[in-house]
Write a new protein. Structure first.
Length: 173
């Protein structure tokens, strides 16, 4: 069996259902009303999905580091913007969304690990690359990469920019 992912498509129709995916159904309704299609129909298509090619990823990385390093220099002698309430709401929203994503991922992973074992869930092509998990990985990446603006405005120390999280979609291709 060929374990290399297709170079144009990531996601399989592997399904491990616990029979009780209530949170997924709520997520599916919200996602479908926003995007116009069900989340499990999402496909990471090289050349079509945002940031799925090396040139687009490299341009985003250059922009990211320019903003981070340039913004840090601009903000070096500036007072941090005092938007405590806005930042607290932003952090609360990110925390809640991250928690929901964790529960959604566990809802997919726990039955998969229970039914097929950890090795299969990590190492096999039809393991952790189910259609539902692929869209959750992509949403998680987008959520993680969104936080840069607040870090800059708060004049927070950025000791290690998240290069890994920004390059994750390219690793799928």
């Amino acid at each position: 069996m060929n374990s290399t992912p297709d170079s144009h498509l990531v996601g399989t129709s592997a399904s491990f259902s616990s029979g009780n995916q209530q949170i997924w159904s709520i997520f599916e309704q919200a996602y479908t009303s926003y995007k116009g299609y069900a989340p499990q129909d999402f496909r990471f298509l090289v050349g079509d999905t945002p940031m799925s090619t090396w040139p687009s990823m490299l341009s985003v990385l250059v922009a990211y580091y320019s903003i981070i390093l340039g913004g840090r220099e601009i903000m070096r002698n500036q007072k941090p913007v005092q938007l405590n309430f806005v930042f607290k709401v932003h952090n609360l929203a990110l925390s809640v969304l991250s928690g929901i994503l964790l529960v959604l991922m566990l809802e997919q992973l726990v039955p998969m690990i229970r039914d097929s074992g950890l090795f299969h869930s990590i190492c096999k092509r039809d393991g952790g690359w189910s259609d539902k998990l692929v869209v959750l990985y992509y949403v998680s990446w987008a959520l993680d990469s969104e936080n840069v603006d607040v870090i800059l405005i708060e004049n927070s120390s950025i000791t290690s920019p998240n290069t890994w999280s920004f390059s994750t979609p390219v690793s799928w291709s």
